[in-house]
Design a binder for this molecule. Structure first.
Ligand SMILES: [Zn+2]
Length: 167
């Protein structure tokens, strides 16, 4: 670590952190343990807003738990948005499975990701909600290290290198 590395987390800082994510039932849905720390660029919406806010001002070695409500996590869940689609509308090469993400185009041409939540012989049900929508997110965080972002990283809005974005 050089002396030029930032001492605390602020906009434009690349943060390396370990995290574990559990839901209300204690189920662990994700963790960086056992692999490289996650890298993110602070202030660019790389992570959910409630977690990013809690990380501001923290420094290397800080360990803390934070609970993020859906409003500052992956948003509320809208159960009415689940849609049933005849299987023949899927591209031939796709063998649908529950949990599989598929890309769809909205009428305005935007690409959105849907998750398959049910598969029958004749149709599938797709859910536009994020899989973690409506969930309280219980994070355990360990801030590992900080460094300044490069101009290119600021321009792209994400960090590069191991644990970050690959092009
Ligand atoms: Zn990039």
């Amino acid at each position: 670590m050089s002396d030029t590395n930032p001492k605390s987390i602020d906009d434009g800082v690349v943060v390396a952190m370990h995290y574990t994510l559990k839901l209300d039932d204690g189920n662990q849905v994700d963790s960086s343990k056992g692999s490289d720390p996650l890298l993110y660029l602070h202030g660019h919406g790389n992570i959910v807003p409630g977690l990013e806010k809690e990380l501001g001002g923290r420094g290397p070695g800080d360990i803390f738990d934070v609970t993020v409500a859906p409003e500052e996590g992956y948003g509320p869940r809208f159960p009415d948005m689940i849609q049933r689609v005849p299987r023949e509308q899927l591209p031939q090469e796709i063998e649908p499975e529950v949990g599989m993400p598929i890309q769809a185009h909205t009428q305005s041409g935007e690409v959105m990701t849907l998750h398959i939540v049910e598969v029958t012989e004749t149709e599938i049900a797709v859910d536009p909600n994020h899989p973690l929508a409506g969930e309280n997110l219980h994070f355990s965080i360990e801030v590992v290290s900080l460094r300044p972002a490069s101009a290119e990283e600021i321009e792209h809005g994400h960090p590069h290198g191991p644990g970050g974005h690959h092009h």
